[in-house]
Design a protein around this ligand. Structure first.
Ligand SMILES: *Cc1c(COP(=O)(O)O)cnc(C)c1O
Length: 392
């Protein structure tokens, strides 16, 4: 099928919930993807910070293929070696001791909210304005952006939103019924907003003093995106609960809730479940993904190449007036413009680079951690040409 045939069938048979780019992707390798017409693109979207190992990574392909030939699904009525091995691995690499597995970021946040309410016996959850936590009814309630909530009420009771990067606002919002504070260490969909120095630390201190749980939504920041395995390590602040998804299994759908043994033990048999959660295929993919990040030095690459990419973007800010700001950490980068970036996204795609737009005016770069310096140079050069023409 060609692109227009595929787009026609989508229009006819798929609920039109997405504003898609007009290309149909067929295959990928490393940081490059090809469409059905054979055009190639450098992929700075990576399935929205999911394909951290790049496309068709041989280790991941091998692990998935091998596991698929043995056992794909069992339900959680039975044990599997893959699930306990992954739980043990996550305990080794994260600040936590116990895991619950599900299938997406929204579901991970739902699980974390249930866990916080069960552990504390309290109801209120404080989240941040401009945040993003998912698309279920409870996670759009947690999400501090009205555009995601409009038309879907009634929302879940018990949520309060305060400005991001304002510890005093959190202190004022905490009551005797507050269970937890839920925050993205770096806001992703909100436009790649990096926490100011000391913010996460102060938040941790406040929560500790008030007996409130601190939940980090690391769905987007996890697995090397910010230069360490988790943003909690980049910023050296350990939360009580961490939620994960996106890159956890290198592109295979999976989510997880991590907590200390003490908090995690608030969940008793029957309290929470997911039919597909922690299935052997997803766990095998996650194990291979974590091993690849470690064996191939992808954390160091995320820091070094992330800095190289960041420097390149900063150079463009010097040269082009429409660039308002360049920010980010590791390989999670944003360029804020003084105008909506939709047209630039289109032009970049036409010139062979995939990038997406967060918060309307922020070009977000979250490429696979295996992107090469030459590929980064190409992206910067193409963006330079486009910005030069627009600034004229
Ligand atoms: C993507 C994202 C989610 C939602 O994940 P889904 O898998 O789409 O449900 C939640 N939180 C953050 C920070 C995200 O970036």
């Amino acid at each position: 099928m060609n692109t227009s045939e595929i787009m026609g069938l989508d229009k006819e048979y798929v609920m039109q919930t997405y504003g898609r780019q007009p290309i149909a992707l067929k295959k990928g390798r490393g940081a490059v993807v090809w469409d059905v017409e054979g055009r190639s693109y450098i992929d700075c979207v990576a399935g929205i910070a999911v394909n951290n190992l790049g496309h068709a990574h041989p280790r991941l392909v091998e692990a998935i293929t091998r596991q698929a030939g043995k056992l794909i699904h069992t339900s959680n009525l039975y044990y599997t070696e893959e699930q306990v091995k992954l739980s043990e691995r996550l305990a080794q690499i994260s600040p936590h001791g116990k895991a619950f597995f599900c299938n997406s970021g929204a579901e991970a946040n739902e699980g974390a909210i249930k866990l916080a309410r069960k552990y504390t016996g309290k109801g209120e959850i404080i989240t941040m304005k401009n945040s993003f936590h998912g698309r279920t009814i409870t996670t759009i309630t947690a999400t501090g952006q009205e555009k995601y909530q409009k038309g879907f009420g009634p929302l879940t009771p018990g949520f309060k939103h305060v400005p991001y990067a304002d510890v005093n606002a959190v202190a004022e919002a905490i009551t005797t019924d507050t269970a937890a504070v839920l925050v993205e260490p770096v806001q992703g969909e909100g436009g790649v907003i990096v926490p100011p120095n000391g913010y996460l630390e102060e938040l941790k201190k406040l929560c500790h003093e008030k007996g409130v749980l601190l939940i980090f939504d690391e769905v987007q920041t996890g697995f090397g995106r910010t230069g360490e395995m988790f943003a909690s390590q980049t910023f050296k602040v350990a939360p009580d609960i961490t939620t994960l998804a996106k890159a956890i299994a290198g592109g295979f759908p999976m989510g997880a809730v991590l907590a200390s043994a003490e908090v995690g033990s608030a969940f008793q048999p029957g309290d929470h479940a997911a039919t597909f959660g922690g299935g052997p295929l997803a766990c095998a993919a996650a194990l291979a993904s974590i091993e690849t990040i470690e064996c191939e030095g992808l954390l160091r690459k995320s820091r070094e190449y992330g800095k190289y990419f960041h420097d390149g973007l900063c150079q463009l800010r010097e040269e082009h007036g429409i660039v308002e700001d360049v920010r980010g950490v590791g390989m999670m980068l944003g360029m804020e413009l003084s105008m909506p970036c939709a047209n630039i996204v289109n032009e970049m795609r036409e010139k062979g680079v995939l990038v997406n737009c967060a918060a309307d005016v922020v070009l977000r770069f979250v490429p696979p951690l295996v992107i090469t310096r030459e590929e980064i140079d190409t992206v910067i050069n193409i963006l330079d040409e486009i910005l030069a023409r627009i600034s004229d």
